[in-house]
Design a protein around this ligand. Structure first.
Ligand SMILES: [Cu+2]
Length: 367
């Protein structure tokens, strides 16, 4: 049992401690201040900012900036317009790359022209709702968040303001990915280094666009105006659109991703809200981290891989033959009817040795 005197002393000591900066925090601030800093300008998906695959120096503080944009986005070839909410104007938000042990220092800006409060929850961070509790800002405010990337892998980040706002902001476009690479890069199941020549970031989104009495998709003047109708559609759990990079056709035709025969491509695929199953038609996943976490050995030679809703996965493939490869969500209804199809255009000459495996066997003798 505590006496009243012990309780008072305890309270006084606690008050003193509260008034003093924690010693550990002071030391840590000094340690962080001594680290080199790098400012990274983010680029719109499917592209990813330049980065080292194997770190050539020690940990640093990597500075990023995201500006939240609420804006109309056309999401199909019929002109259907989503009252989108975005980080930096793109759906998905840009991919960030750091190394394990680096500090991520994000400046999040909510311009006064926006209507809604927003924040950011990094699945790569630990505590404080992944940063969500520290970053909720009103239009006209900005905030800085810093965390140490202690686990390697591809991790989703998304807006998570509160309650019913959370799923709505996410399915309105507010999610992206951070890739935390092991300092010595990617490795196969035996620890042998793996490298990529290109990296592409494919963000998949499910959209829930309300229809009018005639069955046509409705348009709205602002996100707030679209909220009530959109939540009604969301509650049915049947998306009207399932797309890569914010719109049907965003990664096909002139916007197709490109590669060359012999190149190894890392494809990072995120879905912040719903399960999906990427498949490269005519290709494979040579090495796949379905859960995206590089401390686990990659699976090999996959035909289709599974990305859990609320996660990002990574697949490594070396293109062996030229041509156009469709990269789809292998729920084929979602791929063909709802929009979840991308293309890789692979240049180069046909590999004859491999062609022998693909040759038609010729007519079967009849006698
Ligand atoms: Cu938001």
């Amino acid at each position: 049992m505590f006496t009243r005197r012990q309780a008072l002393i305890g309270a006084a000591a606690a008050a003193m401690l509260a008034a003093m900066p924690p010693l550990g925090a002071v030391a840590q601030e000094a340690d962080i201040a001594a680290l080199p800093r790098e400012h990274v300008t983010l680029v719109a998906p499917p592209f990813v900012h330049a980065h080292e695959q194997m770190a050539t120096s020690g940990p640093k503080v990597v500075e990023f900036s995201l500006t939240i944009e609420e804006k109309p986005v056309v999401i199909d070839d019929e002109g259907t317009t989503l009252r989108a909410m975005t980080f930096n104007g793109s759906i998905p938000a840009p991919m960030m790359v750091v190394h394990e042990g680096d500090y991520v220092e994000l400046t999040l800006v909510n311009p006064a022209t926006n209507e809604m409060p927003h924040n950011i929850d990094f699945h790569a961070a630990t505590g404080a709702l992944g940063g969500g509790a520290l970053t909720l800002i009103m239009p006209g405010e900005q905030v800085k968040l810093r965390f140490k990337a202690t686990r390697s892998g591809t991790f989703v980040y998304h807006c998570a303001p509160e309650g019913a706002m959370i799923p709505w902001h996410v399915v309105s476009g507010m999610s992206g990915t951070i890739m935390v690479l092991p300092r010595d890069g990617l490795k196969d199941e035996k620890g042998k280094p793996l490298r990529y020549d290109r990296v592409y970031y494919v963000g998949e989104n499910d959209f829930y666009v309300p229809r009018d009495e005639d069955g046509n998709f409705k348009g709205y003047e602002s996100p707030g105006e679209s909220y009530g109708d959109t939540v009604e559609v969301m509650r049915g759990l049947v998306p009207t659109h399932v797309v890569f990079n914010g719109a049907k056709g965003a990664l096909t035709g002139d916007n197709a991703m490109t590669s060359k025969v012999g190149e190894t491509v890392l494809i990072v695929h995120s879905q912040a809200n719903r399960d999906t199953r990427p498949h490269l038609i005519g290709g494979h996943g040579d090495y796949v981290w379905e859960e995206g976490k590089f401390a686990n050995p990659p699976a090999k030679d996959l035909e289709t891989w599974f990305i859990r809703g609320g996660s990002a996965g990574a697949a490594l493939y070396t293109f062996l033959q030229p041509g156009v490869y469709a990269y789809v969500n292998h729920n084929l209804i979602e791929a063909v009817e709802l929009g979840a199809t991308a293309h890789f255009v692979v240049e180069g000459t046909w590999n004859d040795d491999l062609m022998k495996q693909m040759e038609a066997p010729g007519p079967i003798p009849t006698n």
